[in-house]
Design a protein around this ligand. Sequence first.
Ligand SMILES: Cc1cc2nc3c(=O)[nH]c(=O)nc-3n(C[C@H](O)[C@H](O)[C@H](O)COP(=O)(O)OP(=O)(O)OC[C@H]3O[C@@H](n4cnc5c(N)ncnc54)[C@H](O)[C@@H]3O)c2cc1C
Length: 478
Amino acid sequence: MSAPPLHRSTVTVIGGGLAGISAALEAADMGASVTLVERKAHLGGLTWSFEHNGIEMDNGQHVFLACCSEYRRFLTRIGSERDVVGPFPLDVPVLAETAGGAVMATRLRRSNLPVPFHLAGSLLSYPHISPAERVGLGRALAGLARLRLGDPHLDQVNFFEWLRRHGQSPRAIEAVWDLITVPTVNLPASQASLAVAAQVFKTGLLSDRSACDIGWSAIPLGRLHGQRAFAALRRQGVALRTSARVRSIVKQGPTWEVVTDSETLESDAVIVAVPHDEAATLVPGDVAPARDNWRHLGSSAVVDVHLIFDRTVTVWPLMAALHSPVQWVFDRSSASGLTGAGRQPQRGGTGPQYLAVSISAADELLGQRPAAIVKEVTGALRRLLPASADAALVDSVVTKERRATFRAVPGSAVLRAQPAKAQQRLAIAGAWTDTGWPATMEGAVRSGIAAARAIAGLTPSQLPTYKFTELQPTREVA
Ligand SMILES: Cc1cc2nc3c(=O)[nH]c(=O)nc-3n(C[C@H](O)[C@H](O)[C@H](O)COP(=O)(O)OP(=O)(O)OC[C@H]3O[C@@H](n4cnc5c(N)ncnc54)[C@H](O)[C@@H]3O)c2cc1C
């Protein structure tokens, strides 16, 4: 039997987010002796949790789709696959306040018909646009189906303009396309690159009827990712350095020196899995002459408004809203520990309820005071959910993630580093690298695996690929 590809190699991984964790596990699986260095005290990067008045809150609601095959495999790898809800068939109430103050509600759900008919029933009766606009959706869906993912020309095109050319009205773009684009790309169609939007819609909606099935964590993210990954890395023999910031990376002959505040780590290979602006500082210019371009990727914010009501105001585990400061709403009562030890989202209960209102592309909210954000969002939520009118808001928290994602605008694809290409045995990982995906958990995991494979001299085609249909749902919503 031949030795594994990284047998007798030493590898330092910088950054303990999902990309760095994935890279470290993959490199260790290939026989390397791995050290992972993370600046913070915990692993998990942009997915983290904190305690507030006895309940565990996440920095921001995270969801995944059934087509996120590598992320789901990652969950299994770290022993967390049983602690997510779903993915269960797409079925999301979409609420909108009308000019008269009434609430118009519908459910965006998929059927068991084959693609693209799985969404036809829902879209053809979608009340938020006119009958002609509903029929017109087919033209853009057919246009998307014809696009070739990976075609560099797609990244020169603005998604909004492309939708307009394919017969979509501004109202249809807001009520249908932005409903998906804003939370997945973290930009509205008017700013997004067609390349990234096409990836989302083609893979998430048009590849298989169950690709759009949705799942999320049933426990705090800090446990689902950070703590479980810590244990999995330890089991795999990875040396962990937390609360250790890397200051520089230097090549000395065949050896890489990774300098932290307290030590210098020597290794044969390095994987840099930090955000793009930090990578531009750390990665030596001779290894990545284009590193200054990475800073131009910019950032887009996500704001979450965490609301605790004294009673249950909705039976839905998740819902979306249109023309409202409220975008997507998730019931976190059970996952946070507010309502008992059970992990199933409570449906139809009467006890207190914790709703996380997730607002993407939220740069405008960064300068606003939390109290003002809570007031605006709670007011909108009360209008959308009549059951909340009499409920008392007993607690609230606002979390702001300024650099949640890079800005996937036209022209951004060429700025993204290539995770599958190592230079002098240094590879770069992160959701911001060129995975084809927007900045997501799936992209982060894929980049980490690709980077580990790159330092082993393996090509991306040798990446393990999993068809998402091979993965079974872990838990259904009751
Ligand atoms: C509020 C919010 C909601 C989101 N929602 C979703 C969602 O619903 N679905 C989805 O798929 N994705 C979502 N995302 C995106 C997803 O969380 C990220 O794309 C992914 O977690 C990024 O992982 P990463 O490892 O690439 O980067 P990061 O998580 O940023 O990890 C980088 C790590 O490097 C460390 N580091 C930085 N500099 C140094 C240094 N000098 N030395 C040592 N360590 C360093 C950092 O501390 C960090 O831990 C969301 C993000 C946010 C913020």
